[in-house]
Design a protein around this ligand. Structure first.
Ligand SMILES: *Cc1c(COP(=O)(O)O)cnc(C)c1O
Length: 401
């Protein structure tokens, strides 16, 4: 007897005649492990409105310039051999990555996106009752990766939305097996310096794996290089993860990778599915690495429009709207005045634009907005200004689109 039936018909004698109460003993059924049942499902970026209309997506940090034409051609060419298994060792990709970044191919593990690599790290190095540590407002995959293996997800306090190395170190216990740090971080866009990252590593026990998630590293200026790969090359307990989903514009290809000590990579490969990536994704990723012009153009676009958009948000300062300083391809915008993040989220959606509202991550007062095409960013800035005015806080004169 479902709640729907109960609500749809009155509980009269007639109702009982046609639907006699049946409470059979519960059938045995597979029960998810309690730590799996405790997982809050991942919520992806919206692509359609409540009415099903297609939206401009500023909700998943995808590349507004698309994909390298060379990568697209390689992806398409892979349809010539659909009956053949992909190379389970991804040898050509690991060699291409090794040559591109000056890394040893045998110390690279490939994943179904870097999400899988993050999961492999938890799966190989943490288990029931262990602790996995990350910063509050960290990437939403970390708690899922922790719970999946029965480990406790532990959140350290942030410092003004950024990673607080002291808080992380203070939260380390004898049970801490893995520490995840995204740099730049998602959803905040904040950045941890090379010196701070080195200090974090130096303060961790050597049997604790530090995972430096560099999904947005290509958006950093050269002087902000965080030294992650150098730590992974020289230390026994550091893994760096990278992805082709962001600046390379290959989110649909599902290719990520990790670089670390041989023993760490070897353990992760033991639990990796043998054919975890498709041929098209592998071939496209190799081609994408070779298209430096596309990557440079993507970074230049991001620099320009992230800077412009941050300026527009700063001009709304007297409305209680402000931006967390970002070094990634998105900006976390805080709504601390009369216009709420929820109202702004729905208002932008009504104007055809999807952003990421994150009440489930402790950020009901914030929207994460991907840096999109110029015209779209101008629309977002104008809409925020208009909505702030409608909410009763008058933006200062002179700025705006
Ligand atoms: C987008 C993202 C990833 C990876 O995504 P994949 O598509 O699985 O490679 C990893 N970490 C962070 C912080 C991200 O934002």
């Amino acid at each position: 007897m479902t709640a729907l039936a109960m609500g749809a018909l009155p509980a009269s004698g007639l109702f009982l005649e046609y639907f006699p109460p049946m409470f059979p003993p519960a059938e045995p059924a597979p029960a998810p492990k309690p730590w799996i049942a405790a997982i809050a499902p991942y919520v992806g970026g919206r692509a359609t409105s409540d009415t099903g209309a297609k939206l401009i997506k500023l909700s998943s940090n995808e590349n507004p310039l698309g994909t390298s034409p060379k990568a697209r051609a390689a992806f398409a060419a892979a349809t010539n051999a659909l009956e053949i298994y992909p190379d389970g060792a991804a040898s050509a990709l690991r060699e291409a990555i090794g040559a591109h970044y000056g890394l040893e191919p045998e110390r690279i593990v490939h994943g179904t996106g870097s999400d899988e690599v993050l999961h492999l790290a938890a799966g190989a190095f943490a288990g029931l009752g262990d602790e996995i540590l990350y910063v509050r407002y960290g990437f939403s995959v970390y708690p899922i990766a922790a719970r999946r293996v029965g480990a406790h997800p532990i959140e350290a306090d942030d410092r003004d939305y950024a990673t607080d190395v002291d808080a992380l170190l203070a939260a380390v216990t004898a049970k801490t097996r893995v520490v995840y740090v995204a740099n730049p971080n998602n959803p905040t866009g904040t950045y941890t310096s090379r010196a701070e990252l080195a200090r974090l590593h130096a303060g961790l026990p050597k049997d604790c794996l530090l995972v430096i998630d560099q999904a947005y590293t290509e958006y950093l200026d050269p002087e902000d290089e965080d030294g992650g790969l150098e730590l992974a090359r020289t230390q026994p307990n550091v893994l760096v993860t990278r992805t082709f989903s962001k600046i390379f514009g290959l989110a649909a290809g599902r290719i990520g990778w990790g670089y670390g000590p041989a023993a760490v990579i070897e353990a992760m490969n033991r639990i990796r599915a043998p054919f975890n990536v498709a041929t098209a994704g592998l071939d496209a990723a190799i081609a994408a690495l070779g298209d430096k012009e596309f990557v440079a153009r993507s970074k230049a676009h991001n620099d320009t429009w992230r800077g412009w958009f941050a300026g527009e948000i700063a001009a709304l300062g007297n409305t209680g709207i402000r931006a967390v300083p970002s070094k990634a391809n998105f900006i976390l915008v805080l709504f601390e005045g009369k216009l709420s993040a929820e109202t702004a989220y729905h208002g932008l959606m009504a104007r055809g634009i999807a952003t990421r509202w994150l009440p489930g991550q402790g950020l009901p007062h914030a929207l994460r907005i991907t840096i999109g095409e110029e015209a779209v960013m101008r629309r977002v800035a104008a809409a925020l200004r208009e909505m702030a005015g409608e909410a009763g806080s008058a933006p200062s004169e002179g700025e705006g689109a």
